[in-house]
Design a protein around this ligand. Sequence first.
Ligand SMILES: *[C@@H]1O[C@H](CO)[C@@H](O)[C@H](O)[C@H]1NC(C)=O
Ligand SMILES: *[C@@H]1O[C@H](CO)[C@@H](O)[C@H](O)[C@H]1NC(C)=O
Ligand SMILES: [Zn+2]
Length: 994
Amino acid sequence: MAAGCWQLLSLLFILCEICSSLPVERHEKQQDDDDVKCGYQSCHATKPAMLNVHLVPHTHDDVGWLKTVDQYFYGDRNDIQHAGVQYILDSVVEQLLKNPDRRFIYVETAFFYRWWRRQSADVRQTVKRLVNQGRLEFVNGGWCMSDEAATHYSAVLDQMTMGLRFLNQTFGPCARPRVAWHIDPFGHAREHASMFAQMGYDGFFFGRVDYQDRYRRMRAKEQELLWRASDSLSPPMADLFTGILPNGYNPPEGFCWDQSCDDPPIKDDPDLEDYNVDDVVERFLNVANAQSLVYKSNHIIMTMGSDFQYENANLWYKNLDKLIRYVNARQSNGSRVNVLYSTPSCYLQELHRSNLTWALKTDDFFPYADDAHDFWTGYFSSRPALKRYERLSNSNLQTCNQLEVLGGRASTSGPFGEGDSLTLKRAMAVAQHHDAVSGTEKQHVANDYARRLADGWQRCQVVVSNSLAALSGSTAERVYCDSLNVSVCPITESSQRFSVNVFNPLARPVAWPVRLPVNGTAYSVSDADGRSVDCEVVSVSRATRDVRRNRGFAVNELLFRARAPALGFSTYSVSLLQDGPPPASVRSRAPKSIWNKYLRVTFDPETGLLSGLDNLETKQSISLTQNFYWYNASDGNNSKSKQPSGAYIFRPNSSTPFVISTTAETETIQTSVMQEVRQQFAPWASQVVRLHTDSRVLELEWTVGPIPIHDDLGKEVITRLDTDVESSGIFYTDSNGREVLQRKKDFRPTWNLKQSEPIAGNYYPINSRAFIKDDKDQLTVVTDRSQGGGSIHNGSLEIMLHRRLLYDDVRGVAEALNETSDLFPDGLVARGRLLLSLERPAIAADVHRPLAEEAVLQPLLTFTEGDLHPNTRLEFSGLQAALPPAVHLLTLSQWDDDSVLLRLEHQFQSWESKINSEPVTLDLQKLFSTLEVVGVSELNLSANQWKEEMKRFHWTSQTVEKPQKKTFKEDPSAWEVTLHPMEIRTFLLRASFR
Ligand SMILES: *[C@@H]1O[C@H](CO)[C@@H](O)[C@H](O)[C@H]1NC(C)=O
Ligand SMILES: *[C@@H]1O[C@H](CO)[C@@H](O)[C@H](O)[C@H]1NC(C)=O
Ligand SMILES: [Zn+2]
């Protein structure tokens, strides 16, 4: 009965709270906007001698997945999934106003921005007040929550910058997120942690981690750790406190009070049936105490929300208010549990105050498995065409950004009309989402991402045309050919005379193999100085004719090597000399070898397959057999587990892949500019082995699809390179296109792996490169998109190119990954390139770093019909001089009317190169040829905070660390900046045209 009396007391207490809440509200409205108390200052008090449970109300809003981003925003197509972000934000704001203790975090700026545009001045004022009081807190704050396995750092930086810029512009410093929040991505890249550290975040939280890793960490209380995310940047530059959330990102079982959940509400009227306060409180105390056993401090966090929750926020908050009240009321009876509304940053602040030391981690969180046969390694390769399109769109966007700056105001409004880079920026930002470039969305959503990129590129083409008109002085119309990879370009196919402008977005000159569809048999090509350029005409391959279908009719391809200056263009003129039948010079048998002055590639004359690769300059020689195979995708009908292969999960039925063909039909073409052996393995699998004259790189252009499924077998197609390199089970992959990590077969650096999937459990993301090496030889493969791969046998490297699957893998997407389109109803064809180099390990990075740089930012070709006006400027460089090979011009983008965002990057790791892993100093005033830099301010990596104001929590590792010898070089002067290995520096420049 004592309990009854106590309940009565607390009821009175509630009534009092309700009567006092109205004046509080009125008082608040009178508050001046200057009354700002946000961030760490706005956290609720905790109780040092108790277990403090931080309840974090949140919603996880995918920027496209089962529905498109706009369908999710409006709550359209609720027949697919009930979800409407606009209602979530409406409802949360209303509910936050009802009780000043309540908190909410919001993550995806793509949605917040959509909502904000539609709000009245009143609502905006109210929301600003909530932000300034820390009641509504932004976490992460990028445009989306990016995927970590298939993204490239350049696009991740852009999308974070865009989201954070919107928050800063709209709300000022109170909206600067202190915490990075990747609760859903399926595996975590070290480079993401490194970037977040350099963006000024104090901590990072996520939900998904390998189940074996989690169990060990729970026992060792190492679910919270210090991640040292770079081996080149001096600590603590890339150190990031990292927390693994207790329950993914869901509430503890039994405590979900969203309208989408079925858990019982708190029924606290003792006069009514089913009064359950004691039961709820008991259950909660049990959950809290159990959770505290696997974490280190007297603070724990609970994520109170999930996918698209809080559409009717009243349900959640009404029950959370009661939960807090009733659980804390037990303290007067001796309970040592204190519950509070909180946010990830308030939780983080308490961990920081606790002065504990944390386990140090230096590897990454790939691959992710949630059970013995459930490795999320399929999405590393899912939707290869979308992955390539996304990567190419990044190149186009960087070019568009650069030309917008170099062309001045005329770029966005000029002879070709109004253009903008913003549409493509937004489309690229949306495409970084963890169900976008990852390939784990429904087909109609994948189509929507691609359409956005295409629309963005249309808008950017106007910018590029205007800018090139300003820089060249020619307003002749420019034509874009986006299907050159399948030899489609109407202007080159039909014109007698045309010119090609080759724009190079890199800060050093490049030579680029140009390949244009034509119908003549002889052409003359001359460069910007009028000198004749060596060129050749070859026939269009059967594989190309098959993949282009009805989109073009060229019978030949014109080949020449174009050179373009640093951050600039060069123009080539092409004239038809002769019409007629296609050239001969095709030999049908594979030669024993093809070679240039750097490389010799040998073939097995019996099979037509590659058999060896020599570097003639360094006198290296390896055996190299390469072929194409497919794994039979598990259909789930298996005694060990019912898990099928799908968009997320890779689960082959057998560890031995089927060979597509043991022999290849071959055709050889040898010309003065390149030699190639065309290999056909099956009607749906072919490759061109290509060696350009003057190149130390071997190109493998693969074409795979439509993958046949008439046998009712899902297929995961790989290519495998088998060599005699003594790699001892070790290979290397890049992290988001930047630092390289070592991978070891059946091994994880931080726990004793029990390997249960010999293939899928050894797959890792390859964003831009992978290599194997021994003391003498390093074979590096540079890719043109993100792919998955592994080294299953010594000396072997395999890369998954394309997947066509017949079953859903039960992770929510509810579709089989079986891509078709109007043009390819029989199944999508994917084409791409692998670039191979064979070098001494000590100098390999000097080759693969610039090579990957060229693969990521490739020249843009534009075409003009007929002769150019004689006054046209044919060559231009935006730089006074090429930058040193160690330096990458990462960002050059118009920021506002009179400032420009510049990112300079040192693209070598500290141990990689004898010559390039040294600090480099550049003078910002001597960078550009047409821009005079008159002011400079340095920013954090995401450009939302001035560098000098950047102050991060300091964390202590439990590992005793040897003091590092610092080789830090200061900037010599205000204009001269020094870049250390792997350092990126971000500047806002005030610049005017010279
Ligand atoms: C952490 O250390 C600071 C300074 O040494 C001290 O003031 C504070 O009480 C410590 N906090 C805890 C939780 O031990
Ligand atoms: C943040 O936005 C404010 C205006 O809200 C602006 O004055 C400030 O310069 C911005 N900070 C940065 C780092 O861009
Ligand atoms: Zn998600």
